[in-house]
Design a protein around this ligand. Sequence first.
Ligand code: AMP
Length: 607
Amino acid sequence: MVVLSCDPNDLEGSMRLIEELTTNAGRIQEEVLQEILERNSGTEYLHGFLHGRSRLDQFKEEVPVVDYDQVKPYIDRLANGEPSQIISTEPILELLTSSGTSGGQPKMMPSTAEELDRKTFFYNILIPVMNRYVEGLEEGKSMYLLFVKPEISTPSGLPARPVLTSYYKSGHFRNRPFNRYNVFTSPDEVILCSDAKQSMFCQLLCGLVQRTDVLRVGAVFASAFLRAVKFLEDHWRELCANIRSGRVSDWIPDGPCREAVSRVLLRPDPALADLIEAECGQPESWGGIVRRLWPRTKYVDVIVTGSMAQYIPLLEFYGGGLPLVSTMYGSSECYLGINLRPLDRPADVSYTLLPNMAYFEFMQVDDERTYECASDCTGDLKVVDLVDVEVGRYYELVVTTFTGLYRYRVGDILMVTGFHNAAPQFRFVHRRNVVLSVDTDKTNEEDLLRAVTRAKLLLEPLGWLLTEYTSYADTASIPGHYVLFWELKATAASGNEDGLALDRAVMEDCCSAVESCLDAVYRRCRKRDLSIGPLEIRVVRTGAFDVLMDYCVSRGSSVNQYKTPRCIKPPEAIRLLDEVVVGRFFSTKVPFWEPYEMDVKAIPPSS
Ligand code: AMP
């Protein structure tokens, strides 16, 4: 199966293509797998299982469903200079650093030149779908706040970077053909500026100057869009001063960025500055600010499914009721699915996996609550093809990509909501094991346990034992932050009766210790992106976790099998613990993070 192309300006043709892809999903999936096997059955990885054979049934019988642990040795070998052929006949040109982690390190996914073509196809096909539902988008611009993240070079010289950074830096993005549906307010130079603060300031400045052209606003994930709103709240006076004077602030040293902004900020515009100041300066409320500043906006284009659903109330507040549109579902492994009914309410959003993107299989998971067991019992679990999934069932997604991943468990749990022609549609349920997520961070139970175990050591010499803990992501304000509830017990040595006698400095050190043990994505969000606020520990009164257990049991947990949940989501459970908090402590240190801090003894690009 060659990479398909899609002309986004051709609405009819694109919709026909979607119909063909979804009607023939089963056949296309077979062709995709056949092509992958024909190309790659001689690679070291596949040869080890198939011994040169490439029949589809042999693939299913012989090649195991794997986790990152089984893939990592190959990735490490690529990073250290072994040839791509160990997993792929197409040259692996880069490694995409995923926000998923393995042992605290970002996972890295192989990618090829051809895969960029596939991503371009994917982005192109999103455009006509949106145009079908919202008219007139060609008459204005999109204020998309897009950012690149730092990258490293592996010892063998492969770039290792997040998937979106890879795409924005590619010729596919920079040389995208002029397309009237795809006109952004942010110049490419500003998107590509590696300094997050300069980039944010300049993108907002360009968006404000072109406010009457803007027909949609957005970012990839909801958290990034809200971070922009918060940035605006903190910097609107300076942004207005720039608009008033027609000159960008001196603290923006990035040459290409300054030059690109000056092409937008053509002349002093005191009237526009007055207008924006009047909107932003209204002391009582920022409710509906997006609508007021960008009055022609038709919708907010951000992913609000999965862990991003926690941001829906804030987005509704700032957006003043603008529709929230999640257009796509993708990952570092490969891009996956599109939303064919983009104006559906966030809770009803389903994604249709495009059968030409990769070969998809699905591991049956009994139901939403038993998904954890899937990690231990793949042998027993039924794995089915894309067209064979059943409506109402839960599955974990398994992909075989064109880039060297074979029967790889992505870790996402999906539920089948229906079919479009022969192609199933999925609601994103959650990611396996992830307990906390504020931005692109994904902290699992193991990461959290490791961090808490390290931090509690600080308390033990003072006579305090940590008896129970749980957590939640507090996203009521921007940026959101992790909250841990700790129940402590005073040993004889401490003579302390309750949490009030805790030493503040030590507790703050505990907060910092937890943060310093969390993974590199968390620490990048804290230090560089400022998208996560300082971690908080709330010490609760003795017995608080018994109350939590009573609550969980009252909601159907079995008393015998009860285990303290390491993350709590129901507001009622959070409220129960909040009512018995005896001390609140925040991290006062920014955790260590370096862009080249990775597992493969990687070196910074300059050295
Ligand atoms: P990454 O590995 O950093 O590229 O992140 C990819 C992961 O982000 C996916 O496997 C999902 O868990 C999550 N994700 C991506 N798109 C969506 C979406 N539309 N809705 C919910 N979660 C998503």
